[in-house]
Design a protein around this ligand. Structure first.
Ligand code: HEM
Length: 230
């Protein structure tokens, strides 16, 4: 029974990661395309995020989408065990690319909030800026622990970073599912409906809480002396 479980867990994880990669691919490509368009052409009247007089805000918001697309694509790849185990150099270098793109995307998105603010107002400003800070912190901690060869802690932070990196896609996926099942219940213009307000935090906070619970259970189940520090 144990051997059976041991054989299937990596396979299921691989399938789940492949599903995330496939499902988020078109979002990442469209996001990178919009980012590139916003950086290279005048989108006045075509995108509400583009300001005719907003050099910094345009660079920040459209600039954050390209590294954002990169981390969405790299997130499942970084967790894919066969690649990590057979090609550790690739894992290391894509890890540094991931790190730089995570910082660039978080700084770009947060700069836009500081310069122009979000469409949803102060609550959305806070929720999205906090998301940016979480991405920054998780990227720094993941790399810091890897460099110090604290691999238990590296793995925990890498898992947090995974869910944060695909957070922008989760945000849209949750909206699509909600719209599909409810026809847009509690959604309102300007992201002012109850579901919109819930979504401001629901694309990353529940996943981070779920991970904390999982880490605690796992540490509790580990034999004495093997439990990992938080
Ligand atoms: C890293 C932290 C991030 C922060 C702080 C952030 C922040 C923001 C903000 C403030 C907006 C504008 C909200 C509005 O007023 O409508 C936005 C929009 C957007 N973000 Fe991010 N973002 C982050 C990560 C990402 C990632 C990883 C992607 C993945 C590609 C991404 C893709 C997009 C796209 C495509 C839009 C435009 C949505 C639309 O068309 O309305 N962002 N982001």
């Amino acid at each position: 029974m144990r051997a059976w479980q041991g054989d299937w867990r990596p396979a299921l994880t691989g399938i789940a990661l492949a599903a995330v990669a496939l499902l988020s691919l078109s979002f990442a490509i469209r996001a990178a395309g919009l980012g590139w368009a916003g950086l290279t052409t005048d989108l006045t009247g075509l995108s509400r995020l583009f300001a005719a007089d907003g050099r910094l805000s345009n660079a920040a918001i459209f600039g954050h989408m390209i590294p954002g697309a990169v981390i969405t694509l790299l997130a499942p790849l970084q967790l894919f065990a066969p690649l990590r185990e057979r090609h550790p150099r690739v894992h290391r270098w894509t890890g540094y690319v991931f790190f730089i793109c995570a910082l660039a995307s978080a700084v770009g998105g947060t700069t836009y909030i500081l310069v122009r603010g979000t469409i949803g107002g102060p609550l959305m400003d806070v929720g999205f800026a906090a998301y940016g800070v979480c991405v920054l912190a998780a990227a720094v901690q993941t790399v810091r622990h890897a460099r110090a060869r604290r691999f238990d802690r590296h793995r925990e932070w890498a898992l947090r970073l995974f869910f944060l990196a695909i957070g922008s896609w989760i945000y849209r996926a949750q909206y699509s599912l909600w719209y599909f099942f409810t026809g847009g219940l509690w959604m309102a213009p300007g992201f002012s409906g109850p579901f919109d307000q819930f979504q401001i935090f629901a694309f990353y906070v529940p996943y981070l809480i779920g991970l904390e619970v999982y880490f605690r259970l796992r540490r509790g189940a580990a034999p004495a002396g093997q439990a990992t520090a938080g």
